[in-house]
Write a protein that binds this ligand. Structure first.
Ligand SMILES: *[C@@H]1O[C@H](CO)[C@@H](O)[C@H](O)[C@H]1NC(C)=O
Ligand SMILES: *[C@@H]1O[C@H](CO)[C@@H](O)[C@H](O)[C@H]1NC(C)=O
Ligand SMILES: *[C@@H]1O[C@H](CO)[C@@H](O)[C@H](O)[C@H]1NC(C)=O
Ligand SMILES: *[C@@H]1O[C@H](CO)[C@@H](O)[C@H](O)[C@H]1NC(C)=O
Length: 457
């Protein structure tokens, strides 16, 4: 396929883009005069997605409350629904509590009811629907009431953002300020993008009558954001003029029949996204694995899921051992000799020994093979390796981590491996479209043009 030796180092195409982004952000939640939710058909919507380099967490920006205020929420791909801190600065003229006996309450929870004896406020009402919410980063949970309020995201033609599309009744759970502990600075809640009727994408999709498809393109750049498209199967245009919806291959999205307490679906099918990885290959050679670990059993153990909350892909111990062994052996062919480990990674090479290419450092490829040999997610150096540059150390390390002997899920594909890849979650066709590295197509996830197009209706 792509011979690494023929690829040259290329200056980043994202260099001129932060300006567009800040310009866009300046007016992110200001509705234009034509802003409306009453048109009979709508354009899809988008959100910028930023990475926090302190925590390696991703967050999306949503306009919330009346008047609309920008809110940064943790991007939780497996989350069933969203939650927001309702204690600190929750001021809105349009919020409503959800009555216990409503159909929305049934969707949200097991019909739990809360009462409150203080003055009515966003956090206090009688006969109000309550549910359990989780911080997926820390694993902490609380029980709290839920709200509906106005929310908005910019529409898009797949090329630029346009006017805001308003959702009058966006449902989410309320958190205490304390539950935010462990999340990146400036983040005021969590956006659930899981396979549920109340996920953030599905609420916009249902409210705006859009197709049940969303796509994510995560950027690793500290200054230039990536983008999420909600309610669109394409186009997804990135500079210079590349439509990434044309670069996808597909694999079925699988249902894990048995959710854990942590994904808020204990005993019911999980809302997380699983895919059928059947083999791993390093430089095209299959890694020797126990195939039983790659399927989800009746109790929900095993298999492969995708998580934006795991910063690096986590592998069950025997898979991790087999992969690193194969990777070291193939690296020897590139004259790469293992340096001492740098935590949390075990396989590192001196940076001076590693050549750089358009798709990152020149190292063996890692393929996640799906339903057949010709359907694979190829991981190049950009996504397999992590640069560690600190006092007296400059190494590239294999960016996978050991998940221990009996983790619930054998392979958890993490954020670093998703960056500069476009992933399309098609809930209607129950399939994942993936691009592998978009650097191969001479673009990157930070190359979406965030300059508003005022002509977009
Ligand atoms: C709850 O819903 C049921 C069925 O729709 C109805 O019979 C009952 O009166 C409702 N109770 C309250 C308190 O609204
Ligand atoms: C809830 O009902 C109780 C008893 O009727 C009342 O004292 C209290 O003020 C009510 N709380 C709110 C927030 O309306
Ligand atoms: C590895 O090193 C040997 C000896 O220095 C050299 O002959 C060979 O070309 C090198 N191979 C690569 C892939 O750089
Ligand atoms: C970004 O989009 C705006 C609005 O459509 C357009 O005027 C501008 O030329 C685009 N920027 C680039 C670099 O193509």
């Amino acid at each position: 396929m792509h011979s690494l030796t023929h690829l040259q180092i290329k200056p980043s195409m994202a260099m001129s883009l932060p300006f567009f982004f800040f310009f866009f952000f300046f007016s992110f939640c200001v509705p234009s005069s034509s802003s409306s939710s009453s048109s009979s058909f709508s354009l899809p919507v988008l959100s910028p997605i930023t990475k926090d380099h302190q925590t390696n967490q991703y967050s999306l920006s949503l306009c919330l409350k009346t008047p609309l205020k920008p809110s940064k929420l943790l991007l939780d791909l497996g989350g069933s629904f969203s939650w927001v801190d309702c204690y600190k600065h929750y001021v809105s003229s349009t919020y409503h509590h959800i009555p216990c006996n409503s159909s929305l309450c049934t969707l949200l929870s097991l019909n739990s009811c809360a009462h409150c004896y203080r003055a009515p406020s966003p956090t206090c009402a009688n006969d109000t629907c309550a549910t359990t919410l989780h911080n997926s980063v820390t694993g902490k949970s609380i029980f709290h009431s839920a709200l509906v309020d106005a929310a908005a995201l910019p529409t898009t033609d797949g090329r630029n953002p346009g006017r805001l599309a308003l959702l009058a009744n966006f449902a989410f759970a309320c958190s205490t300020t304390d539950l935010l502990k462990g999340l990146a600075k400036g983040v005021t809640g969590s956006a659930g993008l899981g396979w549920s009727d109340l996920s953030l994408p599905v609420q916009f999709i249902a409210g705006l009558s859009l197709p049940r498809v969303f796509a994510l393109c995560l950027s690793g750049s500290p200054s230039a954001p990536g983008v999420g498209f909600y309610g669109s199967a394409g186009p997804y245009h990135f500079l210079p003029e590349i439509d990434l919806s044309k670069k996808l291959i597909y694999t079925p999205l699988l249902v894990n029949p048995y959710g854990t307490a942590l994904d808020s679906n204990h005993g019911r099918p999980s809302d997380e996204y699983f895919i059928g990885v059947t083999a791993l290959k390093v430089n095209g050679h299959a890694v020797d694995l126990n195939p039983a670990l790659l399927t989800v059993d009746l109790n929900g153990n095993g298999g492969t899921k995708i998580s934006t909350v795991a910063p690096y892909t986590v592998l069950e111990s025997s898979i991790y051992e087999a992969l690193t062994h194969a990777f070291i052996a193939e690296s020897a062919g590139l004259n790469l000799t293992v340096h001492y480990p740098v935590k949390p990674f075990r396989v590192c090479f001196p940076a001076d020994d590693v050549m750089e290419t358009t798709v990152g450092p020149a190292v063996p490829t890692v393929d996640l093979v799906m339903q057949s040999d010709d359907v694979f997610w190829r991981i190049f150096g950009r996504n397999s390796m992590v640069r560690i540059l600190e006092e007296g150390v400059d190494v590239w390390c294999l960016g996978f981590v050991d998940g221990g002997v009996r983790p619930r899920t054998s392979i958890v594909i993490g954020g670093h491996q998703m960056e500069d890849n476009l992933l399309q979650f098609d809930l209607g066709l129950k399939r994942l479209g993936f691009s592998s590295s978009v650097l191969v197509h001479h673009t990157m996830c930070a190359n979406f043009n965030f300059t508003s197009n005022k002509n977009l209706k």
